[in-house]
Design a protein around this ligand. Structure first.
Ligand code: F0G
Length: 454
């Protein structure tokens, strides 16, 4: 079977083609922070795969059928039926996006001082745990620490460490598995790992939830990499994963392929009642949760399309192709390549830049200057500890750049263009300047900091 985009283009949107002098000016104006660039400054936008996907014709049609009744709209029941068939959970609540679900679940479930254990918390997830005075503990598996190995499931949690925490003196309020592990290089979690986590959580009487933002992409990688799953559809794998947990939170801006939307779903009726109170008070009534009827209908359709094997195969192949193009230019990325993003190893490409010159950020900005490509650092700018005047106290363990691939948006020739820009930079990496932090806000540093080249 040929691997190509399994869709053709019916509606197009021009993308800005800019010059290097324009981009130099735009970046200086943005305080050398790509979050301050505007859409018209960017040619290929790989900042996020969240809410940036392209709708299908069937989703658009579903949107037109959306029912905007305040309570009990038809759209809600279509959404609920699809989610219920997929997850098997009884209590299904739409929310405006993933972090809405996180806030409601954690506020209803966790007490101050309790611990939430995960393979890796996504940053908003961590913030929502910490905001209520609980502790977010990441226990990624040992294999995840080697960026170059081809271990197939580097998203797994360290089971021995999890068991020790569950059996220890800590009061664990929740086990949360992020599939795929966005904070850990977009790596998948194996079904074997999820089964073991489920058994451990049950043994210790602790609720077990999934952060299922990329459930379909995780399921695809399970069918590709895990023995015994090669003949099972990604949808069936996803169902089995949901069946192992007590519920899920999910940003549906990823594998729902919509521009806005999220999900909180669970089994426990008593917990559901508490969540529903908060939902109604802060997101919206239980049959819309902050979304329009048209959003719910587009989601119902997107959640069907996203597990199509031809779609997932083509998407995974496109991401791996971009990683190969980078590799051909001598730029390494986190192995094995996942589905939603390529994580370039900037630290290795730019050894002349120490962590306080932010090699990941420097590579991300060079991609913008050289080709109008926007992406984000996952390294010391994001995760390092700095003191007030910007001195590096503790660098991040790796200096990476995430090229997140929006769903169904860019063609192979767009990715080839990105590959060429990466290869061009890699011909002369010593030319890439480092950056000095000139303003670092106390919170949410990557979004609001300002830098200058040195
Ligand atoms: N969980 C994971 C694993 C995520 O990747 C995200 C968002 C969230 C939760 C929060 O969901 O944005 O709908 O509130 N990730 C985006 C990204 C922002 O670019 O990776 P949200």
């Amino acid at each position: 079977m040929p691997i190509m985009e399994p869709y053709r283009i019916k509606v197009v949107e021009p993308i800005p083609i800019t010059t290097r002098p324009y981009r130099e000016l735009a970046l200086a104006r943005a305080g050398y922070n790509q979050f301050n660039l505007t859409a018209q400054d960017v040619t290929i936008d790989l900042l996020s795969d969240s809410g940036t996907g392209a709708l299908s014709a069937e989703q658009q049609a579903a949107g037109i059928r959306g029912d905007e009744t305040y309570a009990g709209s038809r759209s809600f029941f279509r959404f609920r039926d699809v989610v219920s068939e997929l997850t098997g959970y009884e209590h299904i609540y739409p929310v405006h996006q993933g972090r809405g679900a996180e806030r409601i679940l954690f506020t209803s479930l966790l007490k101050p001082g309790q611990v939430c254990v995960s393979n890796t918390h996504f940053d908003t997830t961590r913030a929502n745990v910490e905001i209520i005075g609980a502790v977010a503990l990441d226990l990624p598996c040992e294999e995840s620490k080697d960026l170059d190995s081809d271990h197939p499931f580097k998203g797994d949690v360290d089971l021995a460490a999890l068991e020790a925490v569950l059996a220890g003196p800590e009061d664990v309020g929740l086990v949360l598995m992020t599939i795929t592990n966005n904070g850990g290089g977009g790596q998948p979690v194996s079904m074997a790992n999820l089964e073991a986590v489920s058994a451990l959580a049950r043994k210790h009487g602790v609720p077990f939830f999934l952060d299922a933002a990329r459930f379909a992409e995780n399921a695809w990688l399970v069918t590709e990499r895990e023995p015994g799953y090669g003949d099972i559809t990604p949808r069936e794998v996803a169902r089995k994963a949901f069946a192992l947990a007590d519920g899920c939170v999910a940003s549906l801006k990823k594998d729902g392929i919509v521009h806005i939307g999220g999900l909180l779903a669970l089994r426990d009726p008593e917990l559901a009642q508490r969540c529903e109170l908060l939902l109604t008070a802060t997101e919206g009534f239980r049959t819309y949760g902050g979304l329009a009827g048209r959003d719910l209908d587009m989601l119902a359709q997107g959640l069907l399309e996203v597990t199509e094997p031809t779609y997932l195969r083509a998407r995974a192949a496109a991401t791996a192709y971009l990683a190969d193009l980078a590799q051909q230019g001598g730029v390494h990325s986190v192995r094995p390549t996942g589905v939603h993003a390529v994580y370039l190893n900037a630290g290795r490409l730019l050894p002349h830049l120490p962590s306080e010159r932010f090699p990941g950020h420097a590579l991300a900005l060079e991609l913008y200057l050289a080709g109008g490509i926007r992406c984000a650092e996952v390294g010391s700018l994001y995760l390092g500890e700095l003191d007030e005047d910007g001195t590096m106290l503790k660098p991040a363990p790796y200096e990476l750049v995430r090229l997140a691939i929006p769903r169904r948006v860019y063609t192979q020739s767009h990715l080839e263009y990105v590959g060429e820009v990466i290869q061009g930079i890699a011909k002369d990496p010593e030319r890439v300047p480092g950056y000095r932090m000139v303003y670092a806000p106390p919170l949410l540093r990557p979004f609001n900091c300002k830098l200058e080249p040195v």
